[in-house]
Ligand binder design. Structure first.
Ligand SMILES: C[S@@+](CC[C@H](N)C(=O)[O-])C[C@H]1O[C@@H](n2cnc3c(N)ncnc32)[C@H](O)[C@@H]1O
Length: 399
């Protein structure tokens, strides 16, 4: 999410937005009251983002793009999705055809640009399926596709659940893993404790939970893998039941690849002693901050991705970890510079569009922008080809 003002003063919500947030808060309080006064952070995040008709992703606000809260890579530039199309073509060709399934498709712009490029390459998938939790976003995706690629709309289907087994092709998730609800933990003198969300007179606040075997086991596993103890006072996150989530997503795949692009780190960097306050990041009107308990229903809440956890979960269900690299090397491997070069006009006087695309390429690739904060991870099953997105640099050894 480039060009975001970090930790600047947050804009005040307008009265309609404030009233909506008050309804979300009532809903949260009702569930707290019904479940003994406290919510796990994972449940809080799930409700704040996905409660039907109320949660951030499900209540019709603008979210993506200049008039929203944040910009994702496919919103920033069609070159991102065009590069992905080249990776998809390679996989679909190796399989002799197949389908694409996109998880969490946002506004639908990635689907539209990807399908357009695949049509140019004469490599359209037999079907483009979208699995989206938000009914509101489904509608938005349908509109985008109807406007951008009306003649390809018949290839697109929206799924309520993951497909049955026998899926051959590519499963894509851009900035989906960072939107999965996380548990928060805190290391105390007595050991690791879950951080719960409670209601106080001053508003929502954190409370340490009692000792919990699931949290203790998770922290013990992290400490064993990073080769040291997390210090007292340390706070961080993990996705609960991530193995179950990935198992369900991978289950239908008989042949092909899962491709996740997101911001995150290998486990040793994720739980680095210096990253002592965790990785939660919230976005509201292009301001980023780290307090998920304010503006319920109005702001996005995310956590960085522990890519080692993703790779471990993949290996446990028999997938192969086929590549791991930064977004910049992934896009370069997929032909980003060749696509940009095609935009150079014969007459330099007509270079404005090219220069705009060159600007987008910088945002997608430069270190300090999205280039190295975002990573690409490929997981494959019954696919025996090297993937072009990982040809320039493959950092699986860091996982
Ligand atoms: C940050 S947005 C990214 C949207 C889009 N992929 C992009 O890059 O612009 C996260 C998306 O993931 C969806 N999402 C979150 N959890 C999901 C899940 N378990 N299955 C499918 N979609 C999910 C959200 O509704 C939303 O569309």
């Amino acid at each position: 999410m480039p060009s975001i003002d970090l930790f600047q003063t947050l804009p005040v919500p307008d009265p309609v937005a404030a009233a909506h947030s008050a309804r979300v808060l009532d809903d949260l309080r009702a569930e707290m009251a019904a479940t003994g006064g406290a919510l796990s952070f994972a449940r809080f995040m799930e409700l704040a983002l996905y409660a039907p008709g109320l949660g951030y992703y499900c209540a019709g606000t603008r979210k993506f793009g200049a008039g929203g809260d944040f910009i994702t890579a496919p919103e920033l530039s069609p070159l991102f999705s065009r590069c992905l199309a080249h990776q998809c073509r390679e996989i679909l060709e190796a399989l002799g055809g197949g389908a694409i399934l996109e998880l969490g498709a946002g506004t639908g712009i990635m689907a539209a640009d990807l399908l357009q490029e695949l049509r140019t390459l004469n490599a359209l998938p037999k079907q483009y399926a979208i699995l989206e939790l938000s009914g509101d976003l489904r509608e938005r995706q349908r509109q985008t596709l109807a406007e951008q690629v009306p003649e390809l709309l018949e290839r697109v289907v929206w799924l309520d659940t993951l497909p049955a087994s026998g899926f051959r092709g590519v499963i894509l998730g851009n900035e989906v893993l960072d939107a999965l609800p996380v548990e928060r933990f805190h290391i105390t003198a007595q050991g690791p404790r879950r951080l719960l969300v409670v209601d106080t007179e001053a508003g929502l606040d954190w409370m340490e939970g009692a000792e919990d075997p699931a949290v203790t086991a998770m922290v013990a596993q992290i400490e064993a893998e990073i080769g040291g103890q997390l210090p007292e006072g340390y706070t961080s996150e993990y996705v609960p039941q991530f193995q179950e989530w990935l198992t369900a997503v991978a289950e239908p795949l008989t042949a092909g690849a899962l491709l996740f692009i997101d911001y995150g780190y290998p486990r040793r960097d994720y739980y680095h002693p210096e990253r002592s306050t965790g990785t939660l990041l919230c976005h509201y009107r292009h301001r980023a901050h780290d307090d998920p308990l304010i503006l319920p229903g109005l702001q996005d809440i995310t956590a960085s991705v522990d890519f080692t956890a993703v790779a471990d979960a993949a290996l446990a269900v028999g997938l192969e970890v086929a590549g791991y690299t930064t977004q910049s090397y992934f896009l370069l491997g997929c032909g980003l510079m060749e696509l940009l070069a095609e935009e150079i006009p014969p007459n330099p006087a007509h270079s404005i569009r090219y220069l705009e695309q060159a600007r987008q390429v910088k945002l997608l690739t430069l270190p300090g922008e999205m280039g190295d904060r975002f990573q690409a991870l490929a997981l494959t099953r019954n696919l025996a080809i090297p993937l072009r997105g990982f040809a320039f640099r493959d950092e699986r050894g860091r996982l």
